[in-house]
Design a protein around this ligand. Structure first.
Ligand code: CDT
Length: 334
């Protein structure tokens, strides 16, 4: 077996006026709690260090800046460094989402993968599918999603990578390739809305991905954003949002023969904006192995065997034998 102990660190609400150090302390506590389960890899949500600020039209630059990490030294900034230090101390790899401001002033919705054994960030992903609008909705009661205002679409593609030193006795000869079934685990990151896009998953699937990591902030009730088939109560809308979340995690894990871990920022943020929970771990056969029971800070944990990815990759979804790329031009040409 190629056993891996993985966890989602679901976070309850973080508010617009929450002190950064308080939120950081909660994240460190979650990591310590995952450590008592012997977790080797812990996923934190999208924009984990702050509230999900794209719901607000923020014109004060100083305030807006306070929600971003600046430059390229995430593991060195006082607002974030203690989390990476703790990960290194506990020997746990982490993946965490944050708003990134580059030296040339661009904003990205980003996540990184930090390897405890390497003591550094070994992979970075920038969210490709930015939902919502650039301008706020006219309806003053609408829940806005101004990601297109604050972020550029990700420009790093969907690059799978191997995380070293997690699997006992992993054959290092697999390290440079994307052949599943040997070597270190093949991982891929996506962020929230990306999980609804088959293309994102397939890009990883084609690289033999074994575990997809996806942090998210998903509104429980946002009819102006989603459109509505029929009037729904907030409760019905939230149930539907959780249903769609699990549907895409389970369905795409199955179709790409991989595990997935998803970590929510959940609960009532900024006093009135409800975010769904539903953080979960799914198997290559599409089953939910573990899921959150609350909308608070909570660790969702599973021990998995990456060898279980082989069944799908070698049979039903053996891409080499069964894909028919000559018939797929429509999805690459437009
Ligand atoms: N953060 C984020 O990407 N949220 C979006 C809301 C989109 S509306 C369907 C999500 O996909 O959950």
């Amino acid at each position: 077996p190629r056993t891996l102990k993985i966890a989602a660190a679901q976070m309850g609400a973080v508010h617009r006026d929450s002190a950064r150090q308080d939120t950081l302390s909660r994240m460190i506590k979650l990591l310590q709690s995952a450590s008592t389960l012997d977790a080797q890899l812990v996923l934190f949500p999208e924009t984990a260090f702050t509230t999900f600020f794209p719901r607000h039209l923020i014109s004060d630059h100083k305030e807006l800046d306070s929600f971003f990490e600046h430059g390229d030294n995430l593991a060195g900034s006082p607002n974030t460094k203690p989390l990476f230090d703790e990960a290194k101390k506990l020997g746990i790899d982490i993946s965490v989402g944050f708003a990134e401001r580059t030296a040339d002033g661009n904003g990205y919705n980003t996540s990184v993968y930090y390897s405890a054994s390497q003591g550094e960030v070994i992979a970075k992903y920038r969210k490709v599918h930015l939902p919502g609008t650039k301008e706020p909705f006219e309806n003053p009661d609408a829940v806005n999603q101004l990601e297109k205002r604050y972020f550029e679409p990700g420009n790093l593609g969907f690059k799978a990578f191997r995380a070293p030193d997690l699997i006992l006795g992993a054959q290092k000869k697999g390290a440079g390739s994307v052949q599943p079934g040997m070597g270190d685990p093949i991982l891929g990151m996506m962020i929230c809305n990306d999980r609804r896009w088959a293309e994102a998953w397939r890009c990883y699937g084609l690289q033999g991905v074994e575990v997809v990591l996806c942090g998210y902030n998903t509104a429980g009730f946002a009819p102006d954003l989603w459109g509505t088939r029929k009037p729904m109560t907030p409760k019905e809308a939230e149930d539907d949002a959780v249903f769609h979340h699990k549907l895409v995690m389970q369905g795409n894990s199955y179709m790409n023969s991989c595990f997935s871990v998803s970590a929510a920022k959940a609960g009532l943020e900024d006093g009135k904006y409800d975010l769904i929970g539903g953080s979960c771990i799914t198997s290559p056969e599409g089953h939910v192995l573990a899921e959150a029971k609350t909308k608070e800070d909570e660790i969702v944990f599973a021990e998995i065997d990456l060898e279980e990815c082989r069944q799908g990759k070698e049979k039903t979804f053996d891409f080499d034998r069964h894909r028919r790329i000559d018939q797929y031009a429509t999805i690459t040409l437009q």
